[in-house]
Design a protein around this ligand. Structure first.
Ligand SMILES: *Cc1c(COP(=O)(O)O)cnc(C)c1O
Length: 219
């Protein structure tokens, strides 16, 4: 996996140090995370709160950084605020309020990305590009949250040109926010099947599951 990322970085003329690998361990057991840790991996992504909490507890002896990347229900914000270093899937002001209020003051600020719906109607999650600026302003003003950038899960495509178009759209939205005075440094985009296209368009975090851990059982 690191080789795939470094080849994609070279191809894109980018330093590989600018691309972080987030290992998406959802549906895989704590033992798989422990094995990846011994191979040097520190950042892990989870999508389901209860499953994640079981792993956080089982692996509390390791210095891991947990990233929440799944849909956020408003009654599950507290365990996320208390146990995760990052949230990639913030798309509503009401959830932002709850994460801000629930973040313990003895922890560093919760690092957040806003999830943007770049594929139109086909996706239910993510703020629309039209509503992004006002949500970004709102989140930026909340205590104990640190707005870092944008995340997207484009509609799957096996055409690299279409893959790149969606990622380019997210990069342009980030550039527009920065032109409005934000200082965002994170583009969370690219998964097992499209990470090359994402890296070509500027991804700083790629979220990779099956290409590391193997195929997931269908839930
Ligand atoms: C499952 C998941 C991934 C990883 O997907 P793979 O195709 O297994 O690499 C990345 N991001 C999110 C938000 C996910 O839910």
């Amino acid at each position: 996996m690191r080789l795939r990322i470094s080849q994609a970085a070279t191809e894109a003329g980018r330093p590989v140090a600018g691309i972080q690998l987030l290992a998406v361990s959802k549906t895989f057991p704590a033992s798989a995370v422990r094995l990846a840790y011994t191979a040097g991996q520190r950042a892990f992504g989870e999508s389901y709160v209860q499953e994640a909490m079981d792993k956080v507890e089982a692996l509390s002896d390791l210095p891991l950084k947990w990233h929440f990347i799944g849909p956020i229900q408003s009654n599950k914000t507290r365990p996320i605020a208390e146990n995760f270093a990052w949230v990639h899937s913030l798309d509503r002001a009401r959830i932002a309020d709850r994460l801000s209020a629930g973040r313990p003051s003895n922890l560093p600020d919760l690092q957040v990305c806003l999830q943007v719906n770049v594929s139109g109607e086909s996706s239910k999650s993510g703020v629309t590009p039209e509503d992004l600026l006002s949500l970004a302003r709102y989140v930026q003003a909340l205590p104990r949250l640190k707005l870092r950038g944008l995340m997207a899960i484009p509609e799957p495509s096996d055409n690299p040109v279409d893959q790149r178009l969606a990622f380019a759209r997210l990069r342009q939205l980030l550039e527009q926010l920065n032109a409005q005075g934000f200082q965002l440094d994170t583009l969370s985009m690219g998964m097992s099947d499209d990470l090359e296209a994402a890296i070509a368009e500027g991804a700083t975090i790629v979220r990779v599951g099956s290409a590391i851990f193997g195929e997931r059982e269908k839930l």
